[in-house]
Design a protein around this ligand. Structure first.
Ligand SMILES: Cc1cc2nc3c(=O)[nH]c(=O)nc-3n(C[C@H](O)[C@H](O)[C@H](O)COP(=O)(O)OP(=O)(O)OC[C@H]3O[C@@H](n4cnc5c(N)ncnc54)[C@H](O)[C@@H]3O)c2cc1C
Length: 389
């Protein structure tokens, strides 16, 4: 998504040069949020998640199914899996994340899944069906969304997670408890404050063992325990690759000695950037609005370097300061959040009732740092302008 959106923005800002998108997946760029929702629920085809592309306007070359293996800043080139070398004037790193997977003593693979790609979603969809016993490891957004979707397909779904409260650290305890209550009402079983210690079975998983001694029946085991940034191809260039690609507030890559690289950018999930809005140390944000906004900002910076003065107002623009935004659809309810609720030292129920629709305000030292709720979308949308700038 970040790669495609960068190319689109470059053309919008009249970038005059050649653009080449390199991807290790065989698919054209596609939208990931439906993978845990409609695509999984309805077994949709690729056309329903692929981003529409106007080839003539985009005027971009695609090389797919041939991932980048190594960057050489010295030679200003990247080498692909096939051995092909490509020179660049500007390079945008938008290689996103991959799902983390654990290693168990009986490290069985049969019946074991994670969800990051279209192919992952299709594989899960093929394996599940009414009556299947599904164990999901992790009670973050992806774990909860997949749980809701698979329950809707008639599976028996159990969630095992280390936290006491699903999403409690992100949205606060009362919100997280309400999410748990809603899932339990639908028949999802939680094993919280717990963890999987081993898998049981011969070629395929039949049970998972928990640290508290319980054994859960399991046909399908889905790990939804977070992601790791795809940065290995950037190694050897003195870049700071601790949890993603460290960038400055213009999204330019930062070297280990603290200097910025003027023609290498981080976009989307991979970028660990300082968000001056919240005065926080740099961090990655895994929400859909980040590839969108960081690609636009990067394209402007590139065009500024190539054709100085061509973008009105850009010279006086602030550093990249996006408002993190996410939504999550689970069963019939939709969560919407703006800002950084996890920073709050005070959480107030602002409107509504927990059992129905509601909005929480998240404050830090009296200033609004986030707003989130279930339903009440227009009110939440309206409140985002009050979040600190
Ligand atoms: C199942 C799922 C559900 C989600 N739901 C939501 C949601 O409801 N709301 C929300 O706000 N966000 C959601 N997100 C997050 C959102 O989709 C991501 O933030 C967004 O896709 C990030 O875009 P990106 O371009 O940074 O990375 P990606 O979209 O992951 O694209 C990176 C691409 O780079 C490729 N790549 C990796 N390494 C290499 C290499 N060495 N060479 C070449 N190519 C490489 C990858 O294969 C991938 O195709 C969801 C994500 C997932 C996985």
């Amino acid at each position: 998504m970040g790669g495609l959106r960068t190319a689109e923005s470059l053309r919008r800002y009249k970038y005059p040069g050649h653009i080449h998108i390199l991807g290790d997946e065989w698919h054209m760029p596609y939208n990931r949020p439906p993978l845990s929702k409609s695509l999984l629920a309805q077994d949709q085809e690729f056309a329903q998640v692929s981003f529409p592309i106007k080839s003539a306007d985009l005027n971009t070359e695609f090389t797919l199914g041939d991932g980048v293996r190594q960057l050489s800043m010295e030679q200003q080139s990247v080498t692909l899996q096939s051995g092909k070398k490509i020179q660049f004037d500007f390079l945008v790193a938008a290689t996103g994340l991959r799902s983390k997977k654990l290693v168990f003593p009986n490290n069985l693979q049969g019946g074991r899944f994670a969800l990051r790609t279209f192919d992952d979603a299709k594989a899960i969809r093929q394996a599940v069906g009414s009556g299947k016993e599904v164990v999901i490891l992790g009670s973050g957004f992806i774990g909860l969304e997949v749980a809701a979707t698979l329950k809707g397909l008639g599976c028996r779904v159990k969630i095992v997670a280390m936290e006491d409260i699903p999403l409690g650290l992100i949205l606060g305890e009362p919100f997280g408890e309400e999410i748990r209550r809603r899932h339990e009402t639908k028949g999802i079983e939680f094993y919280l404050n717990n963890r999987v210690t081993d898998l049981v079975g011969n070629t395929a998983i039949t049970h998972v063992k928990l640290v508290d001694g319980q054994s859960l029946t399991c046909d399908i085991f889905i790990e939804a325990i977070g992601s790791a940034a795809n940065v290995e191809w950037l190694e050897g260039n003195e870049l700071d690759l601790t949890d993603g690609l460290l960038t400055d507030s213009s999204l330019r890559a930062v070297k280990s000695n603290g200097t910025s690289v003027s023609n290498l950018f981080g976009v989307g999930d991979i970028a660990r950037f300082p968000n001056i809005r919240f005065e926080l140390p740099p961090r990655r944000i895994e929400h859909w609005n980040i590839p969108l906004e960081s690609s636009r900002r990067t394209a402007r910076e590139i065009v500024r370097q190539v054709v100085p003065g061509s973008i009105e107002g850009f010279e006086s623009e602030d550093g990249f300061n996006p408002l993190p935004t996410f939504w999550s659809d689970q069963f019939e309810f939709s969560i919407l959040s703006y800002g950084e609720p996890r920073l709050a030292d005070e959480i107030r129920l602002l409107e509504g009732n927990l059992g129905e629709e509601f909005i929480f305000a998240y404050l830090r030292e009296g200033s609004l740092v986030g707003v989130a709720g279930i339903g009440m979308k227009s009110k939440i949308n309206e409140m985002r302008k009050d979040i600190i700038k």
